[in-house]
Design a protein around this ligand. Structure first.
Ligand code: ADP
Ligand code: ADP
Length: 226
């Protein structure tokens, strides 16, 4: 069963106004459990818009979004927020970690918000950080970590609540090639371990080619590249 299905997604900003931008025309996409799909697009093509719609942060003008087979289009804000918290993990180009909290606490807090007991949340944070080689960095604050370490913590945070779908917007875009490689390897290992589905936007064609499938966003439509 697909973890994510987009069916005929369309999105226009400022419709009917002089500044109207028809970003997405008709986007179809299916991401299966355990599948890692690369999303490549020229800047401004609508990649962030598509990821925000897939992650229920934004709504399409038409078309359907299904998470784990559940129709999300037309659901109220509260149902969408609950589904997003439980089923979707986000990673961005910049880590967006809370600066005043430790690496571990950044992974504990979203679990507490989701009703997990503190002890269990701390255990999961430690296990996740261990799996990306950061056992020695648990009590460090984001500013005390390198860029690659910050991004690995951000992946752990995205996975804190065991989502079925990971959405990543240029997760290695801010890193040098060697660090990108480490971060990408950690990401792939995490995804493979959990069996989640992932949609990862990247400008890095070499990394895209190592994912299971590449889709290109071109003039508002998704085209399968390989
Ligand atoms: P990408 O992530 O591929 O760079 P975006 O999805 O951020 O592209 O944006 C696609 C297009 O939509 C761009 O032309 C951008 O300027 C425009 N756009 C994005 N968000 C808004 C908005 N809130 N209002 C109006 N136009 C927007
Ligand atoms: P940009 O859209 O300028 O590229 P980023 O995508 O790097 O910025 O990160 C900021 C984004 O975080 C905002 O566009 C916003 O839509 C998104 N966002 C808002 N609420 C949440 C949330 N609860 N979880 C994850 N991301 C969120």
């Amino acid at each position: 069963d697909p973890v994510l299905e987009l069916q005929g997604i369309a999105k226009c900003y400022n419709p009917g106004q002089p500044g109207a931008v028809n970003v997405l025309e008709y986007c179809d996409l299916s991401v299966a459990a355990g599948e890692v799909v690369a999303l490549v697009a020229p800047s401004g093509a609508g990649k962030s818009t598509l990821l925000h719609i897939a992650g229920l942060l934004d709504t399409p003008d038409s078309g359907a979004v299904l998470l784990n087979g559940q129709q999300m289009t037309g659901k109220g804000d509260q149902a969408r927020t609950i589904a997003r918290r439980r089923e979707v993990g986000f990673v961005y180009q910049f880590h967006h970690l809370l600066p005043e909290f430790s690496a571990a606490e950044n992974i504990v807090l979203p679990q507490l918000a989701n009703g997990v007991a503190r002890g269990a949340a701390e255990e999961r944070a430690a296990a996740l950080l261990g799996s990306v080689g950061l056992s020695e960095r648990m009590t460090h604050r984001p500013a005390q970590l390198s860029g690659g370490e910050q991004q690995r913590v951000a992946f752990c945070r995205a996975l804190a609540n065991q989502p079925r779908l990971l959405l990543a917007d240029e997760p290695t875009g801010n890193l040098d090639p060697a660090t990108s490689e480490t971060v990408f390897a950690a990401l792939m290992a995490l995804v493979r371990d959990t069996g989640m589905g992932a949609l990862i936007a990247t400008h890095n064609f070499e990394l895209a080619g190592r994912m299971d499938r590449v889709v290109r966003l071109d003039t508002g439509r998704l085209v399968t590249q390989s």
